[in-house]
Write a protein that binds this ligand. Sequence first.
Ligand SMILES: Nc1ncnc2c1ncn2[C@@H]1O[C@H](COP(=O)(O)OP(=O)(O)OP(=O)(O)O)[C@@H](O)[C@H]1O
Ligand SMILES: [Mg+2]
Length: 471
Amino acid sequence: MPLPTAPAGRLAAAAALIGGVPASLFLLLLAAGWADAAPALLALCATIAASLLLARLWLGSLRRLLDAIRRAEAGEATEPGTPGPNLAPSVEEIAEAARRLARSVNARAELVMQLRRADEAIIERLPDPLVVLDGRGAALRANAAARALFGSAPGGTGDLAALLRHPALAEALDGALADGAAREVDIALPVPVPRDLKLHAIPMEPPLADGGRLVLVLSDRTRERAVERTRADFVANASHELRTPLASLIGFIETLRGPARDDPEAQQRFLGIMAEQSERMRRLIDDLLGLSRVEITEHQPPTGRVDLGALAAAEAEAMAPILAARRVRLETQLAPDTLAAPADAEQLAQVLRNLLENAVRYGREGGEVGLSVSQAEPGGRWPARPGVLLRVTDDGPGIAKHHIPRLTERFYRVDRGRARNAGGTGLGLAIVKHVVNRHRGQLVIESEEGAGARFTVWLPADPAAGSALRG
Ligand SMILES: Nc1ncnc2c1ncn2[C@@H]1O[C@H](COP(=O)(O)OP(=O)(O)OP(=O)(O)O)[C@@H](O)[C@H]1O
Ligand SMILES: [Mg+2]
């Protein structure tokens, strides 16, 4: 028999279930003539009426129970249901139990959410750069340290995307996903700034809530490696470069003790040379230490702002003695409001000093040196970003083409004898290059033999300051 669907049908079916048997019995008694018609009919009517009443109460209670369960399911189970006549008091107890169950399920769901938020907060604030990857090795999110390292959005653009394409890392990621074992890999990124990274790829099984299948933990070993390399280079270079003046000092000391013991004139001359050689050693050590310092901080961009025009004016003034010594005229063209940012004033002053010193030293005696600072022209071959240009020119003998790419190597001198006589150690342009790299700038050296040399430095400018100045 199909179940009645209409409420009236449902009521009739329930009533039949409750009063069906006694009503049938009364009908049977009536039909068989075993009972008087009037009392039997009365009893039949009373049975039907009682059945209908009970069925209504029953269905009403069940509806309230159903309502309570539905509200609990929908998460609204905090209010008890509206009281009503109950066929069985246990219906209300069941409804209350359903509400309690719903409350505890909700509390658990909230706890799970809290734990997830706590996990995310821990990952976000960990000091180590950390990137969550999906099953194809694409970045799902990166924590604050990783974003600072790569300067990229959580979606993983820029340097992070380049890192993830690195073949050694891609192989480690595939391996970790395939066998579920963590991998460790060392990677040296050459651009935009050389970086040494150690990476741990840790597979997540089961996957993270956001679908993350791998967690990539990075440690930036650039600084440690730079320190190691710099230390090794320093020892090798310093010992090599210091040997010559030291040998000459030892030679003169022996001469002063021996053959020149009683020759005051020779003693004075030798002591003069010894003072010069000691001065040379001191300068060499100062330059090497300066270079080491710049190299160690090269991967950390500077944080200040520098008015390059004002800085250049101050450095130009300080050049007066060496300009006078070589009778060189300094021609300056310094634009106002040339703000380099981010920039380090002390290091940029060193760049200016080294370039000016070279121009005076290796330019023409009695010649002219140009120093200019200007806003970079938009377009051209310079980066599209706003920037400032610093240029130092001379009208000296210039530099042969094949030397130009090597000038910024440490200890590289075009004419060793001449540079050494001029007091050069071959570190000035190496320092310039590292400072410019640290500022994410560019250095261009142009020269033709016999036609002087031109050193140009492009430095990024604060974009906000640039537009303010233009506006
Ligand atoms: N303006 C220039 N004209 C011609 N040659 C130059 C000029 N500037 C640099 N050079 C050449 O490049 C070489 C490297 O310059 P760099 O400044 O690095 O070292 P340096 O001047 O010899 O020593 P330091 O600057 O450490 O005292 C110089 O020895 C010189 O031969
Ligand atoms: Mg120099």
